[in-house]
Unconditional design. Structure first.
Length: 67
């Protein structure tokens, strides 16, 4: 059985690194979009940095009067 070359190991490592970097970039982009949508709808981040959108009752009535 032939031993894998160093070049093949480097290509595999580069591919895995690119895959991980693209995943992290996608997660960061999704978090940014979620926060922008939350702020646009009149909400805000919950104190303590929890990743949820908080919209109070008065803001909800102003923006979504039919609900």
């Amino acid at each position: 059985m032939k031993k894998p070359s160093v070049r093949r190991w480097l290509k595999t490592a580069a591919l895995l690194l690119a895959l991980f970097a693209s995943f992290r970039a996608g997660m960061a982009f999704e978090a940014y979009i979620y926060e922008e949508i939350c702020l646009d709808s009149g909400g805000g981040k919950n104190p303590g940095g929890f990743p949820i959108c908080v919209i109070d009752e008065e803001t909800r009535k102003q923006g979504y009067h039919r609900l």
